[in-house]
Write a protein that binds this ligand. Sequence first.
Ligand code: TPP
Ligand code: MG
Length: 737
Amino acid sequence: MGRSVIVHENFLRRVTAGDLPAGRAPSGPLPPALAVSLYRSGCLTRHLDRTSRAMQAAGTGFYTIGSSGHEGLAAVAAALRPTDMAFLHYRDAAFQIQRAEQVPGQTIAWDMLLSFASSSDDPISGGRHKVLGSRALFIPPQTSTIASHLPKAVGAAYAIGAAKRHRPEHAILPDDAIVYCSFGDASANHSTAQGAFNAAQWTAFQSIPMPLLFCCEDNGIGISTKTPRGWIAATFANREGLKYFACDGRDIYDTYATALAAAEYVRRRRKPAFLHVRTIRLYGHAGADMPTTYLPKAEVEAEEAQDPLLHSVRLLSQAGALTPPEALEIYQHTADRVTRVAAAAVKRPRLRDAAGVMASIVPPARACRPTNGPTTAARAAAFGGDLRAMEEPQIMSRLINWALTDLMLTHPEIVMMGEDVGRKGGVYGVTQKLIQRFGPDRMIDTLLDEQSILGLAIGMAQNGFVPMPEIQFLAYLHNAEDQIRGEAATLSFFSNGQYTNPMVLRIAGLGYQKGFGGHFHNDNSVAVLRDIPGVILAVPSNGADAARMLRECVRLAREEQRVVVFLEPIALYPMRDLHEDKDGLWMRRYPDPSEVIALGEVGVTGTGEDLAIVTFGNGVYLANRALTRIEAAGIRARIVDLRWLSPLPKEGLTRAVAGCRNILVVDETRHSGGVAEALMAHFHETSGAQLARSTAEDSFIATGPAYAATMPSAEGIAEAAISLAGNGSKNRARGKA
Ligand SMILES: Cc1ncc(C[n+]2csc(CCOP(=O)(O)OP(=O)(O)O)c2C)c(N)n1
Ligand SMILES: [Mg+2]
């Protein structure tokens, strides 16, 4: 017999017999009507779990992680406001059900059953996942990667204070809201979680508002691995700046009183707190998991004897709020109701095809207030002497700095965050003077933790900001890439476009830095960014393009709610010359702020039809250097700058190479998993041209004289071009003769 049946039968038998578990008498501020409401939410939670299992057995439901044993979380919900954004642990159905009581017009059982049934009517994910969440209840859905939601909860909490100072157009959290974030006891150990606790403490330590209530639901186990007894209290009770509260989650009176005190502390003091709720886990971890395979049966039974619903029946009876027979009636009535509603829910339509599944990968566009751009006076005040320098060609890092300045002047909701972006102005000076121009509120020098930087950005985006986080070097994105891959990129997908976290992530990267860094600072792989559905990856090759592309990136984030990665080639930041010293050919004038390069618009220089060199970033620079030799060999070439690496601008590429007999792909990223693989496949499928590629080796990058030895060079490009197109051009010449 499954444990859910055993627990159900125990409940019926013990309530009927008046055989209720012992415990503390009810006390504290929980009023009788609310106590009954919490019990009702607990019953609904329980029956939704039971029905979910039945649906899976019948093939009408698909996933059965449950909330049984964690019903006490309803009392935590009741202690909060429904506008306190809640980033929930997957066992928090009781929380969501109780929150629905606080908001008129909710049909919570129906909504959750639609989600269990993976119906496309499911109001939160549109049938993409059985997931908790609701737009009306301020509960963004969470991915199943444990702990990855904690960094953004820190960001959202920070965003409440930031929005109080400068409220962005699309802010949704009230000034006096707090953020709530729950997780399991095993998850509390995850380095991502630890980073988030630390980031919250680090922030609060500086008296910066951090109204964040962490909640650890401690059922003593993670799948089959026990949390050492006492560990959560031992490690969290005395943390700097993180006030600790503890309660027994089986006792709704204790839980409500403690959660109320914790919420009050966070709301008034604007400081973080840690609420430790002792719970139990009924029915094992999920699905077919049988706890008796790794725990002694007696232990499982002892846990089941502590069923929180049995405790609630006792407490309600002792408080005079509800008699056991009344409690039993509610329990059974709820069971009947859930069965009835489920029978209707399983008949609702489901997603069937790829287009349906994919419809929410790209978030919907949103209406934004029109912006006029900064006044001449505002620009003069911000740029000062730089305005005169704009008359002359400049290096890329400077042009990016100016583009950022104009964008921040135009859009007050832009905020930058990263290691050393503020006072120092970035490792390469790209964000210099921005802190003087816009203040520390908009130029946030963060702590040294990439997950926290991206979490801050994601959380702020959820409260209407347009964050532009910076990762100092591409190699250090990998510390935190799940914040983009598993978090930022998926939010629109499985909230059916209802929650978004638009941003422009700036990363300094790629190779060719002479004499600096080796493989740490010259990471030349973008594979981890290119395969994330919905994420846009842009790489400029010169300063003017960088400025124009950045403007489009901000528009894409602000108006179309996209997650954009803007990868800046470090080696091109200071590049002045192309062929020889002081020729100044790689500098550009600052393009007028109205000039934009649209997503998908590729760059083409030259009109030659013998050869198209298709490349990006440093490759564009190298191809331009190689051009003299290529042309001297009688080959008429054009250079195509991809600019937008992902999604691949297929139409633009096809137009750019039209009429070319040969295509040479030059790719500074690695041979395996590099951009060339996609480009070769695209041209193979769409063009009759002869193809060749020149890519980096499958190697890390060395420092010292061999710094560029593993990557394409101007000489190598010229040789590859001549060997590919040399004959072609001779043929053309012969044909014409
Ligand atoms: C990063 C990550 N690693 C592993 C898993 C697989 N996993 C899912 S739940 C879980 C245990 C979590 O235990 P706990 O935090 O105590 O929560 P509980 O299930 O007990 O409520 C694990 C290991 C995951 N979802 N994410
Ligand atoms: Mg646990």
